[in-house]
Write a protein that binds this ligand. Structure first.
Ligand code: AVJ
Length: 317
């Protein structure tokens, strides 16, 4: 199987500029995309194993249970295009169950991550053409062309990663997927569902404090990479479910009045001031259908676990 990298040369992140922009807002904010340095990715893996964080294990069980039906709905000859490349076991399960999958394309900013993903999978799936793409999937993309045997492009976006995007960016991302899949394509998207507030809040406030460490690592990363001087002892993780907006809103709360220096600028925090760092949207059938429609897509199939905690949705133009 071929494994040449298509490098669309994504614009490198300007962490310092993005941090200064966010800290200059009212209320202050930092972009959640910066959670995932090596330590942040390790901490996220640890989150998926804490008992309160039901998302990953529920989605995996759902895939194991429903993939025969999902594969039936998708049909043969798929070119699977994954937005991101961090879902290892989920991708394997999908490729194992599809009928005659032809090609696999992970899309990721990190060159090493896409190459690792295809190298690992090519061992299990020597018959599948591996076409890794280094790109920013939130920007317009042109994919490498798969073999003529490919009948259909299937965008795979598991993990409720869509939930980390505010509604306007989620809509833009889905519209980009519609371009990527083409008129005959589809998208298989994992979404965390609206449910009892206590269950959702527990998942983002685990007793062992792994999620708190994950959130605070954002400040540690900025200190490491752009030389800021956030005092990690002086900020506390705070995550609440805001039902009117169907989302977990995670912030870091300043424990005292303090000043922080970032890229030559000084930012003052009041005692108790909250800085917004992450959204994790949850969906109802209605809210997800509305979001999909706003991007020109229809929800044609849906599969939930027995408790209706997590869902997989198949979207088509
Ligand atoms: C990356 C979307 C799966 O929002 O649930 C986990 C990231 N943040 N705990 C989510 C996360 C805090 C996560 N996803």
């Amino acid at each position: 199987a071929r494994s040449a990298l298509t490098d669309l040369r994504p614009q490198p992140d300007d962490i310092a500029a993005d941090a200064v922009t966010g800290l200059s807002r009212t209320p202050k904010a930092l972009p959640s995309k910066y959670f995932y340095d090596a330590e942040g990715s390790r901490l996220f893996e640890a989150i998926t194993r804490v008992p309160e964080y039901y998302l990953t294990r529920t989605e995996l069980a759902l895939l194991e249970d429903k993939l025969p039906a999902i594969a039936q709905a998708i049909g043969p000859g798929a070119h699977v295009v994954e937005y991101g490349s961090g879902s290892g076991r989920k991708t394997e399960l999908l490729l194992e169950h599809l009928r005659d999958p032809v090609a696999y394309t992970p899309i990721e900013i990190s060159r090493t991550a896409v190459l690792d993903a295809t190298a690992r999978l090519s061992v299990h799936f020597p018959q599948i053409e591996m076409l890794p793409v280094c790109a920013d999937f939130t920007k317009p993309l042109t994919l490498p062309k798969a073999s003529q045997r490919a009948q259909r492009t299937v965008v795979f976006f598991p993990g409720s990663t869509l939930g980390n995007f505010a509604n306007d960016s989620a809509q833009a991302l889905l519209a980009g997927m519609r371009q990527t899949m083409g008129p005959n394509g589809c998208a298989l998207i994992g979404v965390d569902l609206d449910k009892d507030t206590a269950l959702i809040e527990a998942a983002y406030n685990d007793a062992a404090g792994v999620t708190a460490a994950f959130t605070l690592n954002l400040l540690a990363r900025l200190n490491r990479e752009i030389g800021s001087d956030f005092d990690l002892e002086a900020f506390r993780h705070h995550a609440v479910y805001v039902r009117e907006r169907l989302r977990i809103e995670t912030c870091l709360v300043s424990q005292r009045a303090q000043q922080v220096h970032v890229a030559g600028k000084t930012f003052a925090f009041a005692a108790g001031e909250a800085m917004q760092v992450e959204y994790s949207h949850k969906y109802t059938d209605a809210s997800f259908a509305t979001l999909a429609e706003s991007a020109g897509l229809k929800v044609t199939h849906g599969w939930n676990d027995a408790r209706d905690w997590f869902g997989l949705r198949l979207l088509q133009p």
